[in-house]
Design a protein around this ligand. Structure first.
Ligand code: UD1
Length: 419
């Protein structure tokens, strides 16, 4: 089992670039299934989840090529509307393929994405919306079988009870080639949704967004397009948290500061000086961070749930006590047990974590419990005195591309060791 060895306590200084956004590229890869011809995606991050998506597309029968950070997908010969149980288990977010598979093939067969490390991960909103658009979906012993009796989705007005990111993406993917107009109310507004809409529009889709309402006029066919994936806002927030927690002075580059404009004020609250430019943010941390009094996660444009864990890790070494409230997922604090091993003082109760800052953490052997929890451990280990060894890196590798190279370049003493 590989581990990251981190000797902490050194302020991070210099420039670190972020990659393309994981949460944007997964639905974009699903979308390439809808566009005839060769779509080209640039700024694709080298992540294990991307590898999983490329395997899914290859299993469908798509022609897939990857050269560096550019991926080319041609679905013209695709004819197998099945996602294997193995790939569904590896990546529960592969449910985002459902709408695109049905629109392309008229049917889809995949296993049900059960619970995960963040608690139960229901897909009721995805299924009920797709049913409203004409899908017939049966669930049988953990398997989903879906078909379109008329061969096409039908436009409808669909209202989401919660602005689910994945459900919004599935509905967009179903509706762009549907017969008629779909109006989606209470849609998610995350930048990754806008990126998906931008690619689909380049492919010939008719999508009009007005806040949480998306109006989609179905078109019979889409044609391939070239697109550059937006920067990863969660990776940007994580590296800023690492610079802050180590008392550093560093710049996160190749990012989109606008996408983290609810995250940046919290760093100012912690006493950091920020200089924000078009595609970079410089953060200069004080000798000791001030507390974050209160942080609550919300759907975009609120504070992103995925950025809460790295900020909580920074708060463990701040001066004072803060309250974190998680409003999106039921069970997001599994990593807190690992932070306690490093000397953090945190109490959790349901969706609330109370973090009492300590002067310093001490390095320890810890394991990633989930993707963003893993990021929190890296931030904490960089700030801690002494050596940490972080295991179960398969979680971290789903969302952070080669973090040891980027972090080493800004002064972190970090290396990966294989067993
Ligand atoms: C996406 C992101 C994830 C991020 C999350 C919230 C990807 C690949 N993942 O996940 O990193 O943390 O958005 O910003 O983009 N829900 C239901 N029924 C449904 C669907 C969702 O009850 O049918 C609930 C979920 O259990 C959760 C909440 O809605 O409590 C938010 O989920 P959702 O917005 O759908 O997140 P994902 O798309 O899974």
């Amino acid at each position: 089992m590989s581990r990251l060895l981190i000797d902490g306590g050194y302020p991070l200084r210099g420039e670190i670039a972020v990659h393309g956004a994981k949460n944007a590229v997964l639905p974009l890869l699903a979308a390439t299934l809808l566009a005839d011809g060769e779509s080209v995606l640039h700024n694709v991050p080298p992540l294990s989840d991307v590898g999983g998506c490329l395997e899914i597309l290859t299993d469908f029968g798509c022609r897939v090529r990857q050269e560096g950070r550019t991926v080319t997908v041609c679905p013209d010969q695709a004819d197998k509307p099945v996602i294997s149980d193995r790939l569904m288990r590896r990546m529960r977010s592969s449910i985002v393929f459902l709408g695109a598979m049905m629109a392309r093939f008229g049917e889809a067969h995949l296993s049900y994405p059960g619970g995960c490390e963040l608690g139960p991960r229901p897909i009721d909103l995805h299924l009920s919306a797709l049913r409203q658009l004409g899908a017939v979906i049966t669930e049988e012993r953990g398997q989903l079988h879906a078909c379109l009796p008329d061969g096409r989705f039908h436009g409808e007005t669909v209202s989401l009870a919660f602005p689910s990111v994945g459900a919004t993406e599935n509905i967009l993917l179903a509706a762009v080639t549907a017969d008629g107009v779909t109006t989606l109310l209470n849609a998610a507004r995350e930048p990754e949704i806008s990126d998906l809409a931008a690619y689909l529009t380049a492919c010939g889709a008719h999508i009009h967004t007005d806040g949480g309402t998306i109006r989609i006029e179905g078109v019979p066919r889409l044609a391939a397009a070239e697109h550059t994936v937006i920067p990863d806002r969660i990776e940007a927030a994580t590296y800023l948290a690492a610079i802050a927690a180590t008392g550093g002075d560093g710049t996160v580059t190749a990012c989109c500061p606008q996408h983290i404009d609810t995250v940046l004020p919290l760093f100012s609250e912690m006493g950091c000086q920020l200089s924000v430019y078009a595609d970079r943010v410089r953060l200069k941390a004080p000798r000791r961070l001030k507390r974050i009094p209160y942080l609550r996660t919300m759907p975009y444009p609120g504070f992103p749930t995925d950025a809460a864990a790295p900020l909580l890790a920074a708060a463990t070494v701040a001066d004072g006590t803060g309250v974190f409230v998680e409003n999106i997922f039921e069970c997001r604090y599994k990593y807190v047990g690992e932070l306690l091993r490093m000397g953090a003082r945190i109490k959790t109760e349901g969706r609330v974590a109370v973090v009492e800052g300590v002067k310093s953490l001490s390095g320890a052997a810890v394991d990633c419990t989930d993707l963003r929890g893993g990021a929190a451990l890296v931030v904490a280990a960089l700030a801690a005195e002494g050596r940490s060894a972080i295991g179960e890196l398969q979680h971290l590798d789903r969302g952070y591309a080669d973090p040891e190279s980027g972090l080493s370049a800004i002064g972190a003493r970090i290396r990966r060791v294989d067993p």
